[in-house]
Design a protein around this ligand. Sequence first.
Ligand code: FES
Ligand SMILES: [Fe+2]
Length: 442
Amino acid sequence: MSLDYDHLVQEDRVHRALYTDPAIFAAEMSNIFGATWIYVAHESEIPNPNDFITRKLGLRPVIVLRDANDKLRVLFNRCTHRGTTLCRHEKGNARAFQCPYHGWNFLNTGKLRGVPWADGYSSDIKDPKFNVAQVPRVESYRGFIFATLNEAAPPLLTWLGPITRPIDEWLDRNPGGKVFVCEANRFKFKGNWKLAYDNSSDGYHVIYSHRSLLEMENRLADESNKGMAYYKNSPDALPMYVQYMGNGHHFKDKRPNLQPRPGGLWAIESTHPGMEHAQDMFRAKYGERAESLLDLAGSEPVNVNIFPNLSLLGNHIQVFQPVSVDETDAIWYGTRIEDVNGDIGDALPTINALRMRTQEGFPNFGEVDDLANFEQIQRGLQCPEDEWIYMNRGLGLPDRIKHNPDGTITAPATDEVFMREYIKEWKKLMQARPELTIQREP
Ligand code: FES
Ligand SMILES: [Fe+2]
């Protein structure tokens, strides 16, 4: 069946099939989660030679690893003998992987090293066809590792384009411009993966969908507004904005709402257990330095959304992992910092503990509101006769949307221009005929 994407994606609306049709989902797993750069892991998760971590590239199970020569590789997690999952550990350090089924043994370069009772084979087991398949292109940008099966995809840096600016800014506020990825906080929802990506720069829903979180944060606050309280009046009149960054990426910048002073970020941090104690202790112990140290623990009010599966928000990294047309894993990774420049000293463990506890703000009490919405959309879309979903907020209003010289598009916080633009990119990718290839060691 060929799908008419020009009909399914229109200027102001998209067809429900984008979220419900298993054939479209199957096509996405090659045309998008295969043919574009997909975030697979962070370098800090595999810092040493022979470290590995198991992940997915679309639905393909993969092993992301650093080989003995420091080369990043993404191997299909599939034994070449009979196809079983080769590595069943979540992560570790290994020079070689032995298949649990019949014991074929592979170096972490993918090369078959040996098989049990090799004299039972007439064919040459040194034939490269027995080496594990791997993703031909793996590149990293400032620690974020991406992979694609498409030899014709542009270089990663070209693909990222202007979204590198907010990525850089998100990193550069930390010592040495670095974060280190911690363990995951795993959510899942019964809905299509694009529901999460559509929502990731949505400033229209905040005050309605997250009302209980906003009320709770501000009931407990004694001074300035906490969390996302700035949404409560006229969000479009505030200096925050949404920006479409090209190639499906988008960016929600709420930083202009903050007071530009040391401690300005910490002042709006959601209330969570233990924070007052740490704050009082920092102010007593470090004096003036306390405010900028507390800012290192605070959640940066940005959503840097890298199409199709990565989001940087607060001090967290979120990954959208499709499972099926109506199921998605939404995984949050905390990040910690290190005292790279030697000027944090004994405040470091408390800063990192506070960074983790910021999960008790939006990630735990706001994300669930969003996931509930995604599931309720998926449910609402089970009405086949009512075919369209609208993303027309802001469309056709003169002077509302600004086209910038670098090709990015800026709009007020509640505008849906970022959805309309990314879905155009989605359509372009779905209409393409990419050639996906694998590699094997010679
Ligand atoms: S399936 Fe891996 S050795 Fe048989
Ligand atoms: Fe939300």
